[in-house]
Design a binder for this molecule. Structure first.
Ligand SMILES: Cc1ncc(COP(=O)(O)O)c(C=O)c1O
Length: 394
């Protein structure tokens, strides 16, 4: 297969159906459609949510401030880096032993058994694998609106239906309406807390009761990619519900507070039978390198780094909130390493002007409004963002 053959073309050619992947035999006829439409202007996720595409995105090294992917400028921790390099000479071996040790360490931290943990190269891998396995026979996914799209895109590709429920006026998940949206075809109720792209939190005590109740009807997937950065930190996690036998999957990542987005480690906590069902079809852990495993383990122990990371990100957030306040712009109250706020100009023109100044951000449209989402870099990055933003809005 030629390297530049697109995935869509590959699927059209029927290689998938010919058994190129082991999942092929189990897939329904309508599976693996395109989850969203795309043109030169936008990616259309549906339900009025679309992402603006920039005319020309400068190369990574040409950007003065890369604030478009919610990365953490402070990572990886020096201890994680040291562990990463130290493990590299063992690269001729599969990494089962280090992986087992990391799983045990995570299980202990989460107060569950090793069987309740599934690892992946980032949490995207686990969101998508859960969706592949859950939607093989169709069904629907109930989520907030706007949500993080990764799990939903895969669910839609597999033939699943997306049932978005608009966030409340204070940008929390509307738990009552989400519960009402559940029906006999609901395979997953997907909650991201804090949410992306809004950065806002849903009250964790209300969420806990919701998950306790609703997990009797359908699997609840709580994506906690940013939870360590939120005010309550992991105290607000839904992971303890797993030890109580509730059918919830909680995902975490080393990409955000640990600053290891490019090192690729994530995990989920869930019931043994639920994770077992996913791993029968798609193996967990296989995509993580030994170096990444050792870096993740070292980073977990580096509480000084993690505290510094949270503090610095909060400082950048405060700086950006103050700047937006000074202009009377009403941003959403983020507890993450990004902030979304409304822009009163056309999203495409906005994004192009920001990129012309070599400052990378994202622009979305939802709720009939244009929005800019900016990730928290260093204070220096936020100053560059501020001046590019001021030039852009005039
Ligand atoms: C809400 C949310 N979940 C999951 C991810 C996936 O992150 P990763 O695959 O790096 O763990 C992201 C990345 O930005 C995210 O925002």
């Amino acid at each position: 297969m030629s390297a530049n053959l697109s995935r869509r073309a590959w699927l059209k050619k029927g290689l998938f159906a010919s058994g190129a992947l082991s999942l092929g035999a189990a897939l329904p006829m309508n599976a693996l459609g395109t989850p969203f439409k795309e043109d030169d202007q936008y990616i259309y996720y549906g339900n009025g949510l679309r992402e603006v595409k920039a005319l020309a995105v400068p190369g990574w090294s040409d950007l003065k401030a890369k604030l478009n992917a919610n990365e953490n400028p402070y990572g990886p921790s020096p201890k994680a880096l040291e562990a990463f390099v130290k493990q590299a000479p063992e690269g001729n071996y599969y990494s089962w032993y280090p992986l087992k040790d990391l799983i045990d360490k995570i299980a202990e931290k989460e107060g569950v058994k090793a069987e309740n943990i599934m690892m992946g190269p980032g949490s995207s891998d686990l969101l998508e694998k859960t969706a592949i396995v859950s939607f093989i026979k169709g069904g629907n996914v109930v989520s907030g609106d706007p949500p993080y799209m990764s799990l939903i895109n895969v669910a839609k590709s597999m033939g699943g239906e997306w049932k978005p429920v608009k966030l409340t006026k204070d940008y929390q998940h509307d738990l009552d309406k989400m519960e009402a949206a559940i029906d006999e075809d609901t395979k997953i109720v997907y909650v991201t807390n804090p949410n992306n792209p809004t950065g806002t939190v849903t009250d964790h005590k209300a969420l806990y009761k919701f998950v306790e109740r609703v997990s009797e009807k359908a699997l609840v997937f709580v994506d906690e990619a940013y939870i360590e950065l939120s005010d309550h930190g992991i105290e607000a996690s839904m992971a303890p519900l797993v030890a109580q036998g509730k059918n919830v999957i909680v995902s975490r990542t080393f990409s955000k507070i640990h600053g290891m987005a490019g090192i690729r480690v994530g995990y989920v906590v869930g019931l043994e039978e639920t994770l077992g069902g996913i791993q029968k079809i798609t193996r967990g852990g296989m995509g993580i390198t030994g170096s990444s495993i050792m870096a993740a383990s070292a980073s977990m122990d580096d509480s000084e780094f993690l505290e510094m990371s949270k503090t610095k990100i909060a400082e950048a957030r405060k700086y950006t909130f103050d700047m937006l306040d000074s202009k009377g712009i009403q941003y959403m109250p983020s507890q993450t390493n990004f902030i979304i706020f409304p822009i009163e100009m056309e999203g495409k023109a906005f994004l192009n002007k920001m990129y012309e100044q070599k400052v990378g951000v994202r622009a979305f449209e939802f709720w009939d409004q244009n929005w800019c989402r900016v990730s928290m870099g260093t204070i220096e990055d936020m100053k560059l963002f501020t001046s590019a933003f001021e030039n852009t809005i005039g």
